[in-house]
Design a protein around this ligand. Structure first.
Ligand code: DGL
Length: 297
């Protein structure tokens, strides 16, 4: 499945991890800047921990890429974070969580880094999503990749077997957010059109999960379009709450996470563009570029 003969983006051969030793920061991985919406909630709820955020800005978006590509990119990102001392990595990206997490956890981690952990954003959302609906009809909005993986309906059925789940891919929402078009007429048109399509799939939906890092930036617009009885579910607070519970239950992982309350950012693209664009997400960050020649080992 993973092509071991090619070097990866950072110049290292696949399949080997001899990372820096923990304790270290909690790693937060995303395809680009969208994961800042998740990181914000983590630092709000758990400010005592150190965080290292890696945005794969050179290769964003993931949402339209194949399973194999998302898996390879995600593995590279996680390896980079492990190599920098992270014992725990959160995949803030829905597409990476939906397409790569299971394969990495089952086929790679046990041999490559058995003492480290990777968590995604699907599980915290799917464990709770059913509690937000009275009608038992849930809508999910996500990237084409997340929708195609069918991971959300499958995982939700484990926790809420009777829930009717409808999902819709919104391929224009990420580019609109990335283009800074949060308040434009065009964005309103496409968001309204996609919401209409979702409710055409199931008019009984009374809770909608925003299953993409970028969508919280459109939450006010979404709320202004859907009927007032429809709850809009934001993932960040759910993920932060579940991470807190996880760390309480796993002292062996918690003790490998440092607690000076710092947040650092690294990116695979030029840092200038990354920092500039972070303003779109309401932040002004300083980032370092991951060196092309950086070896994981
Ligand atoms: N981070 C992605 C997600 O949450 C959205 C951006 C992308 O397509 O890479 O699915």
């Amino acid at each position: 499945m993973m092509n071991k003969s090619q070097p990866d983006l950072f110049g290292a051969p696949y399949g080997t991890v001899t990372p820096m030793q923990y304790p270290g920061p909690i790693g937060v991985f995303d395809s680009g800047l969208g994961g800042l919406t998740i990181l914000n909630q983590l630092t709000k709820r758990l400010p005592q921990f150190d965080y290292l955020y890696l945005g794969d800005q050179a290769r964003v978006p993931y949402g339209t890429r194949s399973f194999e590509t998302v898996l390879r990119y995600t593995k590279e990102g996680v390896t980079e974070l492990f190599s920098r001392g992270c014992a725990l990595v959160i995949l803030a990206c829905n597409t990476a969580s939906a397409k790569a997490l299971r394969s990495l956890q089952q086929e790679w981690l046990p041999a490559a880094a058995p003492d480290r952990r990777i968590l995604g954003v699907l599980r915290p959302s799917t464990e709770e999503a059913g509690h937000f609906t009275h009608s038992g009809h849930l809508g999910i909005l996500a990237t084409p990749g997340t929708v195609r993986s069918n991971s959300y309906p499958i995982e939700i059925s484990h926790f809420f077997p009777k829930l009717a789940v409808s999902q819709l891919a919104c391929p224009l929402w990420v580019p609109l957010v990335e283009a800074g078009e949060l308040h434009s007429e065009g964005t309103r048109f496409f968001v309204a059109r996609d919401l209409k399509r979702l409710f055409e799939l199931d008019p009984l939906i009374d809770a909608v999960l925003l299953a993409c890092t970028h969508y919280p930036l459109l939450i006010d617009l979404v709320r202004s379009i859907v009927p007032p009885n429809v709850k809009i579910i934001e993932q960040g607070p759910l993920i932060a709450e579940k991470l807190q519970t996880y760390l309480e239950k796993h002292p062996e992982i918690r003790s490998r996470c440092t607690t000076k309350g710092t947040v650092r950012y690294i990116t695979t693209d030029k840092k200038e563009g990354f920092c500039e664009k972070s303003a779109l997400f309401g932040m002004a960050i300083e980032a370092d570029q991951v060196e092309e020649a950086h070896h994981f080992l």
